[in-house]
Design a protein around this ligand. Sequence first.
Ligand code: SF4
Length: 342
Amino acid sequence: MIPKPLDLVVDMYGCPNRCLHCWIGHMPNRRMRDGDDRFIVDFFRPYFDRIAFYSWLREPDYCDDYRERWEKDLRLSVSEVPKRFELASFWRIVRDPSYVPFLREVGVRRVQLTFFGLEALTDKYVGRKGAFRELLQATELLLAHRIAPRWQAFINEENKDELAELLRLSETLQLRERCEAFGEEFRFFVHEGSCDGENRKLYGIRIRKGNVPAELKPYYLDLDRLASEREWVERLRDDSSHVTFRNADRIVLQISNRFDVYFNFSEMSDRWKIGNLKTDAPDELVRRVAEEDVPALCVARNRTVGELAARYGDPHSERLFSRGDYEEYLLNLCLYDKSIPV
Ligand code: SF4
């Protein structure tokens, strides 16, 4: 038995959006079959005595029978209760009048909604016309049921000025005051996001140090811990440590609708793949889980951060990164470098 609880996070239904920043990566929607959930739990059951099962990896409650689905997730879990987090489907909020009452019933009191600017930019980045209006409508529906919306915004060079307008819109709508009226806090926060999955394609327009609008700075997450790529290259060039990803007190496995298994480290691409539940033997796949044995982590163990920074870093770039996101970005560049054997 592996003495840690296991979270199985399965893409059973897909996602209505195709966000340009999606770190998970875009995958075709494909509804998994009844019984696939039980097969997945049974695969791991001999090795773990605590399992939380989530039938969604991308969009929560995307299936029409979301209430039965939630109850089934509870039943499939073993000595664990899956969490709701501060997540919900804004796609469903605006289409299904029973949904927000359901969220309240299962204990959701805050829901995060993601913006990329005003209407045109948010629609473009979510990948769906109408997304911005749906987010505003979802905000109102949540408030009507005493659930606090949390507006998160991903910033880049293209949308930075519009995000200041988005902040003003939240003030015009008096979201802070309206949440306080029922004892909850409204939050507006901005960040640049990681640079993996689809978001790596936005590297060219990644926000530059010095270009964050002044009015957004109080709302920017951990701004004082960020530095420009140029600064990171300078600081890390001689660093002899290695990029590390570790399972902490729980093991979280993300499972695609083709039964491919990944940790929740970085993106769901080939070199991060642990194995496949249909083609790999359970003992071997669980060994890889326990020993964190995937190609990406082997590369990380064999190359220092200093080597990665010297080889892949741009010493002239003012793009903003946290240290963790920058190391992960460098490692992924190395993984995509065809001249590097894995
Ligand atoms: S970021 Fe989330 S909502 Fe957007 S495409 Fe990816 S999984 Fe779907």
